[in-house]
Design a protein around this ligand. Sequence first.
Ligand code: BGC
Length: 726
Amino acid sequence: MAKQFILDLIKAMTLEEKAAQLTQLSPNYFDEKTSVTLTGPYRNFDLTKEMIQNAGSVLGCVDAETYCKIQDAYLKKNRHHIPLLFMADIIHGMKTIFPIPLAIGGSFDLKLCEESAQIAAKEASVTGLHVTFSPMADLVRDPRWGRVMESPGEDPYLNSEMTRAMVRGYQGKDLKEPGRLAACVKHFAAYGAGDGGREYNTVDLSRGMLKEYYLPAYRAAVEENVALIMTSFNTIERVPSTGNPWLLREVLRKEWGFRGVTISDFNSLDEIINHSIATDSKEAAKKGIVSGLDIEMMSACYVTCLPELVRTGEIKEEWIDEAVLRILELKDQLGLFENPYKDADHSGAERIWLCEKHRKAARKLAGESAVLLKNNNVLPLSKANKKDLKIGIAGPFAESKQVLGGWAGQGENKDAISLADGIRTVLGNDNVVTAMTQELQERLTGFLDVKDETKEAVKALKDCDIILAAVGEHPGDSGEAASKTYLRLSKNQEKLIHELKELSKPVIVIVFAGRPMEIEPILDDCDALIYGWFLGTEMGNALTDLLFGKVNPSGRLSISIPHTVGQIPVYYNCFQTGRPYQGMSPQERFASRYIDCENSPLYPFGYGLSYSNFVYSNLSVWTDPEKRGARASVLVKNCSDRDGTVVVQLYIRDITASVVRPVKELKGFQRIWLTAGEQKEISFKITEEMLKYYNNKEEFIFEAGEFEIMIGDNSEQLLKEKIIIQ
Ligand code: BGC
């Protein structure tokens, strides 16, 4: 039941005031002196003073002073004293920056992921912010798309669990609690499935694919009581999400019972005109409100057209009232009617930003997110045999602090620990030599490579005991509007690695990137390879912990790394074809495969090495006689002299069903700490829910029959057992 004072407010508001309440504008509309960084096309909407005076929310204001100034002035002018709602993108940290979400996904550490969101919320809330446009729950399969960096990866289950953890971390139990933010899950729906990985491109998926793979993570956020959901730029079944009544009313509200606020993406309501499902702003406004879109971000169809649409009888006023109600309820849940300044605290930044506790959490999560992909026994490094071990680091990321990744809140490069600085804390300044450290330029500027100083680099590092190559892509090359077709390292970086190999010293490559890159061409030239993503403020310390074995690697791939761009999309939970390739001879031509490349990726989902050696055995599976379901257990032994964490993964395949089922699906995982030599029995409960799927009538059903239960170290190395469940 809505609170009476909110219903009274709605009654007292004019149509114009209500339409403005549904509008979100950047801070410069309220205070011309505010400088803004916009994330989409800017147009001046020619709004009247009254429209601005009654607008409901602000996009992208993240400092306490401006916040208070805008809120103050606004409340003086707004005749109902309805406070403004402030929203911004706090994606993987505010000032203390955590790894990019794609890397966090690979930590499989839900607790720490939740803590990272909680810290981000705490650091952001002192600026007065109320809502963060996070988590991004878009399932991703195409590393050409720049925004893969913002997603927890290619798997619906991992994606859902990570999304839940983030919502819990931001929101806590009560939005009024100090240090909490309302979360806005995005981009509903399937924004990650754009054709060819091209940004803002068409999405065309069957309903089965949508329900099976793409929708579960948004739904998980709804189940976790996420406060808002943002629509995506793309089409769903040929209708843009922002004006899609099936998606917003049928699926989101009716089927999932979502009671929170829906918001468009930047200008995306207006863009349905470009999509050609509306001829002008008026029709766009109508389609938006009919579809159930509450807030229009950074376009002005609602504020300029809704009142007239009601007066001419083209839309019902109650649709507008419903949207206003939801927005006012959110303001109430945040406690803004009692305290419109919420947690804004001018000295808060100084006290908590980058404090020791937050940096410590960022270092831990960064250490758990980097993935060791290759190790010919050169890692971990040890000073035991050589006191004055000398390390040479070459490449654009050797001294670089540009390691925060896109959407890094208010994070500043200067606060980040570079790789070389991290290593200097262990070896001292004299034992770290760097070379060819020119920073990479963004592709946007047209200059794609670093200067070729390979000769000088090889010479400079020739007396070092160990060589590190710190290579990758510019952080600006991933994120929004950063789709690429070329995923190899730049030519000079590949050349650098190749020639460093000639020094006949162990070469360890660390790749910094916001997406899987084509690393096969450099694999033979390195003795070890760590996928370092963009690990945030504590990158240098975290990688140093891993390199010297203070931390044993446990990170896994949240997305497959392809052999070549031509394989994309390549993902583990695919369907089996009618002509599956089963390793037959090349003469047997007519199978589903490439003639010049394997079907499987270079490194599969879930893959990641450790300095320990974990051995799996004794998989047993038995049915649960009381319920429809089963149990499975496996022995995992740490056959090494090093303690470590292993991510035990459970996959299931429904062998025969009425529609084609994936060859395997992740259904559970456990991060387990095993001391040297320790063995543990790890067991999983397999519930009926885990065995269900959407049939072609959109029913979520269980079908009795044979299932394959698989447990192991990654999506390819698995012990398997079949079981019949009735
Ligand atoms: C992005 C969203 C973001 C919004 C607001 C858009 O361009 O697609 O992810 O939340 O801008 O900054």
